[in-house]
Design a binder for this molecule. Structure first.
Ligand SMILES: Cc1cc2nc3c(=O)[nH]c(=O)nc-3n(C[C@H](O)[C@H](O)[C@H](O)COP(=O)(O)OP(=O)(O)OC[C@H]3O[C@@H](n4cnc5c(N)ncnc54)[C@H](O)[C@@H]3O)c2cc1C
Length: 501
């Protein structure tokens, strides 16, 4: 657990040190990993390597108007740090929360910014990883070594948004912008704006732009479920009246939200049509009986097959009611000089077109992995409880929930990894690698996420690059917090699916 100087991976690379654990990414997951390591395994040395110039990941790189969470911060915030604000938070508020964590737990000094991890090479002989890292500021190439790699890289490429190619895009004389690459100072006041897409980003950006734009049109190929809620939590407000410690308020409100979430998830499977009706009725109550809710707000998929978009204080519905925004459900035929020609023959005119079309999946930070001289293709691996991979030693991977808050799983994985470290120490093991057991021979290979369970575009477009799962534990990744919160802490570390060395 000491820090020693490592050898270079190539003549040009400069050795930068050895750590027990290297964490890739200083977003909400990487900071969580660092917190747990310090608390649960204080003897271990660690460093966070981060491409960006500052912490926060998603909440730092996204700068479009209105940027906010779409799940509540009682569950998107950490289990161990109370959230004291309104449930839905702006990026700025989330960064402030993370900044407090860095200060309170002295994590800041462990982060190396502008350090982009390019290659990760495992040697079974040395039982360690060698990482090649490029410094974005100086161009220097460094090598770090570590015993264990904790991947907290998020799930999409921060620098390259996903924009489909539409015919005629070059003809459009206005501006085309992607929310992920929002130009600083873009002046949309008094302009006609089309937002393509109707996911959580569109739901945020439409009312935010609607305040100052001439008009905003949300153009969707197919509808999304939206539901409005006041941006406050009555239970939290009542508990605060009793002058309870914030830790209690956080825990009680979290439990309430998690129980409500569990019931909603169960209902989405047991009574999908009843839930659909409630969601559609909710939209109708916001928009009035004359509004064609069925056309614009009744998706083809089952509720929860894609994320439900929460509209805090009903702001998007309000923008529609007030005529500042409207929804068009149609398909793009071609871009024109003036805007977009739809398959229906209608032409929408615009000064600015915002492509809120989602992400480019990058589940492993675009790092090239090599195991004992062989390039690794993650699609050939079995995912061990969706957090380690068969044949990949000493690595944990954080991939959070989509239906529930991402961080619930980041916390759970962090607890698990620290338990695994303690177990390895007790065993005197320096290496752990998942491998199918004899009884797993011939198990069926299933896609990482089953499309009838959860099927957003960015996953289905890229399912071929994701690892496989199967029909039995520990090879299932079910994206269900309510199952995993019981199973994960009880996961048997000696069931034969983990080989130690
Ligand atoms: C606009 C938006 C709103 C969202 N709202 C919610 C929400 O309300 N609730 C929810 O549950 N989820 C939400 N999500 C999903 C969200 O991304 C995650 O919940 C969460 O922020 C992910 O945190 P993370 O730390 O795992 O990843 P990220 O925030 O993506 O951070 C990963 C970090 O790793 C760094 N990194 C990646 N690769 C490398 C590399 N090779 N070398 C060095 N550093 C690297 C990146 O630069 C980045 O800083 C939202 C996503 C977006 C885009």
């Amino acid at each position: 657990m000491t820090t020693t100087v490592a050898h270079s991976a190539s003549p040009a690379a400069q050795a930068a040190g050895h750590f027990d654990v290297l964490i890739v990414g200083a977003g909400i997951s990487g900071i969580d990993a660092a917190y747990y390591l310090q608390r649960e395994c204080p003897g271990r040395t660690f460093t966070l390597l981060e491409t960006q110039t500052d912490f926060g990941g998603t909440w730092r790189t996204h700068k479009y108007p209105g940027i906010r969470s779409d799940s509540d911060l009682y569950t998107f915030g950490y289990k161990w740090k109370p959230w004291t604000g309104a449930p839905i938070a702006s990026a700025e508020q989330i960064l402030k929360y993370l900044n407090e964590v860095l200060d309170d737990h002295d994590i800041r000094r462990h982060i190396r910014y502008q350090h982009e991890v390019r290659d990760a090479v495992w040697s079974s002989q040395d039982k360690r990883w060698t990482l090649t890292v490029r410094r974005r500021d100086t161009g220097q190439v460094l090598t770090f070594t570590c015993d264990f790699l904790w991947m907290c890289q998020g799930y999409y490429r921060h620098e390259k948004p996903y924009t489909p190619e539409w015919t005629g895009m070059k003809r459009f004389t206005g501006k085309i912008v992607h929310p992920q690459a929002w130009p600083e100072g873009l002046d949309y006041r008094g302009k006609r704006v089309i937002v393509i897409g109707s996911g959580a980003t569109a739901a945020t950006i439409v009312p935010a732009l609607g305040k100052d734009a001439a008009h905003v049109t949300m153009l969707q190929r197919s509808p999304t479920f939206f539901f409005a809620r006041p941006n406050r939590n009555d239970l939290a407000d009542s508990l605060r009246e009793l002058d309870l410690p914030e830790e209690w308020v956080h825990e009680i409100v979290r439990r309430r939200i998690l129980l409500d979430g569990q019931r909603l998830t169960e209902r989405s499977f047991n009574d999908p049509e009843g839930l659909r009706k409630d969601l559609i009725d909710g939209a109708r109550a916001q928009l009035g009986d004359d509004y064609d809710v069925d056309k614009h707000f009744n998706p083809r998929y089952r509720p929860w097959q894609q994320r439900l978009a929460l509209i805090p204080d009903g702001d998007m519905f309000k923008a529609i009611r007030e005529g500042k925004a409207s929804v068009v459900t149609d398909q793009i035929d071609t871009f024109t000089e003036k805007g977009i020609l739809l398959k229906s023959g209608e032409e929408l005119e615009a000064d600015i077109i915002v492509t809120a079309t989602g992400f480019d999946l990058a589940p492993l930070g675009d790092i090239r992995f090599t195991i004992d001289g062989k390039p690794l293709n993650f699609a050939d691996c079995w995912a061990w409880r969706g957090l380690m991979f068969s044949g990949v030693p000493n690595m944990a991977w954080v991939f959070g929930y989509f239906r529930s808050s991402w961080t619930l799983r980041a916390d759970m994985i962090a607890e698990f990894v620290c338990r695994l470290f303690k177990h390895m120490d007790e065993r005197g093991a320096k290496m752990v690698v998942p491998q199918p057991r004899q009884q797993d021979e011939g198990m069926p290979a299933l896609p990482f996420i089953t499309p009838d369970n959860f099927n957003p575009g960015y996953i289905t477009r890229n399912i071929a690059i994701m690892p496989r799962q199967s029909d039995r534990q520990p090879w299932i990744f079910n994206q269900d917090f309510y199952t995993e919160r019981n199973e994960m802490p009880a996961a048997d570390l000696e069931d034969g699916s983990l080989r130690y060395g």
